[in-house]
Design a protein around this ligand. Structure first.
Ligand code: ADP
Ligand code: MG
Length: 629
């Protein structure tokens, strides 16, 4: 046989490497803005066309480059920022690996214009497929302008992988905001199409925050400021009343670089404990300055993760600093608790699953039964015929040949050893579902609620254990799904439209959801910059909750992705169903339990929630027999 290993041609290898750095238009926005900051610019303007797919252009008034450096800047590992390995441990600039421009030049067409103060002429360079196709002197102001055009024009596979414009634009706004917040002393502007989305004059950090997060933060930010030998923490924490149902406005920066840190977020949340409802998120923007030697630089710099040499110390500092700030705020007489009553009201309405409830639930054997179902190694070969008989009262023969499941499952496939056996795929057959719905008991005494979280349905064939929230999520999900495909849900005009002020990023997101939300009964209209008016809600929605619903849906939406590739629509209805579902811990009347059980049985997929959790399990005769030997 012939040898089969060959070397990738340079251009393909380049494109693959470049794809790691430039994954989408927003990566270029980030890299180009960081370069402008490193070049000492005080004025940085970003122009976007077609969500960055056609154009990302960043213009700065920074140092500019010499004609030679301009050419060199496109070579891989070309950087002016480090000379030796030791520099890496002292690095203060945003970028240092000399990869961004080379990567952009490998996957897009680039036009660079640059001029240093001391030069009479600037340089313009055009690059395509990593080769310079034009290099001329040009008259241009001091600074640098880099235009990235037609991203992935030569890598169609990657181009196809880009998301909708709305989604790519959201990523761009996120990156832009993260950088703009960290450098309030720099002027930034972001335009898309012909519209200027942000125009951020230089000013103090507080002014920048208010510019970006919205005017309603003006009187609601508490300064955080602690200096120690080890690190400095500064920034702002929102007063407790800024706590929203959405996590949106939470930012950590370490040495001016935006990072995501669930760990440090936890430290902040801890400081707010008792001050805000359990399921809400305070706004904060916190900066940590720390000796770079205390950071692990091996963490990939384009990732937003960071590793501290001593995480515990940083956690303790962050928590103490925020606590301290909040304590100082609460001794001032001008307490601003106007929202408190409404938060409490909301709290009572939503009855969050408190940690106490959760412990109670997770300690219960039921919980273990539900969660044990994935332990496939504990299954034994066993009689699958029992599956069939569950819905057939004892004494009656099971209808012969009825399609209860795939043939393989009928012929002695393994069943789970636990007494409570989760229903398997075999039970989601439509025939099966109809059968089970018809057999639901009508007598109220056959329904019982356990731990305010599970519904027990006693039936001649055994016991049915239903997780009420998961069940309701499924029911709502299928209802929403149907209304998106067909007739819109009925909507009721609000007498007093509620006004929703959002961060620019959330506002871009909500914009994209407006049509689908209308189909689901929520009539939302733009109402000025980053503000929306809720004009109508589904007829059955409790009045006064619509704002919270939308905020929570946005929040869910942002976190509903996981690794799954799901459409925004799908995400929306999943979020909405989770938001609207009765939560664990809510007492239900018998009618409600009956109603929910029946509605569940009428679902297409009654056994898994929209989030993939099991909805019910059964305790039938064989499992009872096993249980008692
Ligand atoms: P890095 O930022 O990691 O050094 P880049 O590929 O982003 O690598 O940039 C390569 C080099 O090009 C930089 O080190 C810098 O010298 C120069 N450069 C890039 N953008 C600018 C800019 N906006 N102004 C001045 N010089 C720049
Ligand atoms: Mg760079």
């Amino acid at each position: 046989m012939a040898d089969i290993i060959h070397l990738l041609p340079d251009n393909i290898a380049n494109q693959i490497a470049a794809g790691e750095v430039i994954q989408r238009p927003s990566s270029a926005v980030k890299e180009l803005m960081e370069n402008a900051i490193d070049a000492g610019a005080t004025d940085i303007r970003v122009i976007i066309q077609d969500a960055g797919k056609a154009l990302v252009q960043v213009t700065d008034n920074g140092s500019g480059m010499s004609a030679t450096d301009a050419v060199r800047s496109f070579e891989r590992h070309a950087t002016s920022k480090i000379l030796s390995i030791d520099d890496i441990f002292r690095i203060k600039t945003m970028g240092f690996r000399g990869e961004a421009l080379a990567s952009i030049a490998a996957v897009a067409e680039v036009v660079l214009k640059t001029k240093r103060e001391e030069d009479q002429w600037g340089t313009t360079i055009e690059v395509a497929n990593s080769s310079i196709i034009k290099n001329e002197p040009v008259a241009t102001p001091k600074g640098t302008s880099i235009a990235m055009k037609n991203l992935f024009f030569n890598v169609p596979a990657r181009r196809n992988f880009l998301k909708s414009n709305a989604s790519e634009m959201r990523h761009i706004v996120d990156e832009f905001v993260r950088i703009a917040l960290a450098f309030p002393e720099i002027f930034f502007s972001l335009s898309s199409g012909n519209q200027e989305l942000f125009h951020l004059e230089k000013g103090s950090l507080k002014q920048r925050l208010v510019q970006v997060l919205g005017n309603n933060y003006n009187a609601r930010l508490i300064p955080v400021h602690e200096n120690t030998d080890y690190l400095n923490i500064y920034g702002f924490a929102g007063k407790p009343d800024t706590a929203k149902k959405t996590r949106g406005d939470q930012y950590f920066f370490v040495n001016s670089r935006f990072i995501k840190s669930p760990y440090l977020n936890h430290a902040v949340m801890n400081a707010y404990q008792e001050l805000i409802p359990a399921d809400s998120f305070p706004a904060y923007t916190l900066f940590i300055d720390i000796d770079p030697a205390q950071l692990d630089v091996n963490v990939h710099p384009t990732k937003q993760e960071i590793k501290f040499e001593d995480e515990k110390i940083v956690y303790a500092f962050v928590q103490a600093a925020v606590k301290h700030a909040l304590a100082q705020f609460s001794i001032t007489p001008a307490l601003d608790f106007e929202l408190d009553a409404s938060i409490q009201r909301l709290d009572a309405v939503s009855k969050p699953f408190t940690s106490k409830d959760r412990t109670a639930a997770t300690d219960s054997p039921l919980y273990h039964t539900f969660s044990r179902q994935h332990q496939a190694h504990k299954v034994e070969k066993s009689e699958l015929k029992d599956w069939k008989s569950f819905f057939t009262p004892p004494g009656e023969a099971s209808p012969s040949g009825a399609p209860y499941g795939p043939a393989s499952m009928q012929s002695g496939a393994p069943a789970v050893e636990e007494p409570f056996r989760p229903l398997t795929q075999s039970l989601i057959q439509p025939e099966e579902t109809a059968l089970s719905a018809a057999l639901l008991p009508e007598s109220a005494s056959h329904y019982l609620q356990l731990l305010n979280t599970y519904i027990l349905v006693a039936h001649a064939g055994g016991l049915f254990l239903i997780h009420q929230q998961a069940a309701h999520e499924r029911v709502l999900y299928e209802k929403f799904e149907a209304s998106l495909k067909g007739k819109a849900l009925a909507s009721q005009r609000c007498l007093f439209p509620s006004v929703l002020s959002l961060s620019p990023a959330d506002s871009v997101l909500l914009d994209t959801l407006v049509p689908d939300l209308a189909q689901l009964g929520y009539l939302i209209e733009p109402f000025g910059k980053d503000t929306f008016a809720i004009q109508g809600t589904p007829a059955d929605l409790e009045t006064g909750t619509e704002k919270r619903v939308i905020e929570q849906v946005l929040e869910q939406f942002k976190h509903a992705t996981g690794s799954l590739q799901i459409t925004p629509r799908e995400k929306l209805i999943r979020s909405l169903s989770r938001q609207q579902a009765i939560k664990g811990g809510t007492p239900l009347s018998t009618e409600e339990m009956q109603h929910l059980t029946l509605a569940l049985m009428e679902c297409r997929t009654p056994n898994v929630s929209p989030f993939g959790q099991p909805i019910y399990a059964v305790l039938d005769q064989p499992s009872l027999e096993r249980l008692f030997g």
